[in-house]
Design a protein around this ligand. Structure first.
Ligand SMILES: [Fe+2]
Ligand SMILES: [Fe+2]
Length: 265
């Protein structure tokens, strides 16, 4: 079976470029499971229920997020509008699973593809140079102990390359894929690890690349040059959709290939 993972959608430019390409990719690559990181889909900061619905309309099965998940407050109501056992769209929007216990929403979704394959998606966030998370390595152990599906995709939302590489090895042979998000720059290290886990340090942003990780470059440069605070706005120029395709055995969950995509205008 084929899995498509789309990296952090950033602002309207990111949504537009994904809208332009995703249908063709899903059809031509016979994609069975589509996962999108949507944490920056709303103007670069968070995701609204309306935008989440738009991404589901484009064929997403599960949306993951990261440190920006709470930027749009209205998402909290959406996440908590359905019970834990629901398979409805709001239950398919994940926040990092290793946040403090008791925060709204869920970090794991277990579902079944149209062709009847059980799968799980786990959203985890790093601890290095990030705040508000518990040990993601121990969290992964605990979560995996309760999952029955063999096809398991982990979005590891992290800042530090070392922590992401470590997670790849930690989960090799235990999940189908460990895909990094958050840095907004795709890495060229995609590979299938020896025990069958597809790994990439960062899938890269689906958004405007004439920017500083999605934000208007002049605004970020001003902050670096002066140290002064200022409003950040999503850039528009040079949009690319960055995504990664994984082929795996639907019975064992073992990955056979991983391929990175970068599609522009
Ligand atoms: Fe992001
Ligand atoms: Fe992030």
């Amino acid at each position: 079976m084929n899995i498509l993972f789309v990296g952090d959608i950033f602002g309207s430019a990111g949504r537009k470029i994904v809208r332009e390409h995703i249908e063709h990719v899903r059809e031509s690559r016979e994609v069975d499971l589509t996962i999108i990181n949507a944490e920056n889909a709303a103007g670069g900061f968070g995701v609204t229920p309306q935008i989440a619905e738009e991404l589901f309309d484009l064929g997403a099965d599960v949306l993951t997020t990261g440190n920006h998940v709470w930027d749009k407050r209205e998402l909290i109501e959406y996440l908590t509008s359905v019970p834990a056992e629901s398979k409805e769209r709001p239950r398919r929007v994940l926040r990092p699973a290793n946040f403090e216990p008791g925060v709204p929403g869920y970090g794991v979704f277990e579902g079944t593809t149209d062709s009847g394959v059980e799968y799980a998606v786990i959203d985890l966030m790093g601890k290095v140079f990030m705040s508000g998370t518990n040990n993601p390595f121990l969290a992964a152990n605990e979560i995996l102990a309760g999952i029955k599906a063999n096809v398991i995709v982990v979005d590891f939302h992290g800042e530090a390359t070392s922590e992401k590489v470590a997670m790849g090895w930690h989960l090799d042979g235990r999940v189908t894929a460990v895909l990094g998000t958050h840095t907004h720059i795709p890495t060229a290290d995609e590979r299938v690890l020896p025990a069958g886990t597809a790994y990439q340090t960062d899938v890269g942003m689906s958004g405007p690349y004439d920017s500083i990780i999605g934000v208007e470059k002049d605004l970020v440069l001003h902050r670096f040059l002066t140290g002064m605070p200022g409003k950040f706005e999503a850039a528009k120029g040079n949009p690319k959709m960055c995504a990664t395709l994984i082929a795996c055995d639907p019975k064992t969950g073992r990955a056979s290939t991983i391929q990175r995509l970068m599609l522009g205008e």
